[in-house]
Design a protein. Structure first.
Length: 349
């Protein structure tokens, strides 16, 4: 859900640790859409981020989500320690020691799902995934792509479902897919109806497994949407069978603002619970339109199910802290690439 850019939103690239090309920047539309398509651009990284750890990485006390030892942050931590850069290593350890989502962006993702969920189960933890392969993904923007057609998407979802089997996992489903169907750049008419049907199919298939939780993406506090239309679209997309919805994916809106947005939407959905992406919201957004690697940002609350907020099931790091939103014209790495200097800033503030 996701991308490198805010087109009409606050986009934040999101790329999974194991994955192939992961989506890197999610969408988060602002009230006044820019001229460019309102897609949240999640641009796929040029190279795979690695596979989930099969060893036994340290799992922080009190943490229920799995912490992989194969993330870019974990590799950077090893490098810094080897170089004797203790202060920087201590900062990056904050990222490497916290669980973040693994993005599934198309292709043969079943093996990755099975491997990571098995590793999580062996550690007594829960695996966290983002499914991001809906046809016509990201409105043709940085993370354009997705499954070529409806049949291919259903087959891909079936493979993910088989890979999860009876193991515990949480899945954030298709960032931006519903909000984009309601803005100026997403599918319309029969294409939008097909998208809603595919999302409902994905929810139903994944929920065949009692230990799998599914949260359907529902945009963020800065993405102007008609509440009635959004609720209708979420209902058509299977929210009734899902465990809830996700807000602020790959964005910067503060936890308080995101919780308020989610609470209002929850009330309109009959009390559905939700999760908040806190991966980069420690200082809130820089300003309207500042979506591309904005300086001075910080990670937010560490992922946890103990939010202390009624209806908020968890704070999650859905977006991978430290991955670039893209080349914003200042010499940044491409979308989805781990950017050590930016990661250090997020972790140290």
């Amino acid at each position: 859900m996701l991308h490198a850019g805010w087109r009409c939103l606050l986009r934040a690239p999101v790329v999974g640790a194991l994955a192939l090309l992961v989506a890197a920047g999610l969408a988060a539309c602002e009230a006044t859409p820019p001229a460019a398509p309102a897609a949240s651009s999640v641009a796929p990284p040029p190279a795979p981020a690695g596979t989930p750890g099969t060893g036994a990485p340290h799992q922080p006390d009190g943490q229920s989500f799995y912490v992989s030892d194969r993330t870019a942050a974990a590799r950077r931590l090893t490098e810094l320690r080897a170089q004797g850069r203790t202060a920087e290593a201590e900062a990056i350890a904050r990222l490497a020691g916290a669980p973040s989502a693994h993005w599934l962006v198309g292709g043969d993702d079943r093996a990755a799902v099975e491997e990571l969920s098995r590793a999580a189960t062996a550690a007594g933890r829960t695996a966290l995934f983002v499914a991001y392969n809906i046809p016509q993904r990201d409105c043709g923007s940085f993370a354009a792509g997705g499954a070529p057609d409806a049949a291919s998407y259903r087959a891909w979802v079936d493979a993910l479902s088989a890979g999860l089997a009876d193991r515990r996992a949480w899945v954030v489903l298709e960032p931006d897919a519903v909000p984009h169907a309601l803005d100026g750049c997403g599918p319309k008419g029969t294409d939008a109806a097909e998208r809603y049907a595919l999302l409902a199919y994905a929810v139903a298939e994944l929920k065949r497994h009692p230990r799998v939780r599914v949260y359907l993406d529902a945009g963020n506090a800065g993405w102007a949407q008609d509440r009635t239309a959004l609720v209708d679209a979420l209902n058509r997309s299977g929210i009734g069978q899902a465990d809830g919805f996700a807000v602020n994916v790959a964005n910067f809106y503060g936890t308080e603002q995101s919780a308020s947005y989610g609470a209002g939407l929850s009330a309109a959905l009959g009390g559905k619970h939700f999760v908040i992406d806190t991966s980069r919201n420690g200082r809130g957004p820089l300003g309207s339109g500042a979506w591309c690697n904005p300086p001075g940002r910080a990670v937010g609350e560490t992922p946890t199910e103990r939010t202390g907020r009624p209806g908020v099931d968890a704070y999650l790091w859905v977006k991978i802290p430290g991955e670039s939103d893209g080349d914003c014209g200042r010499g940044e790495p491409g979308a989805g690439q781990f950017w050590p200097d930016y990661a250090l800033g997020l972790a140290a503030r």
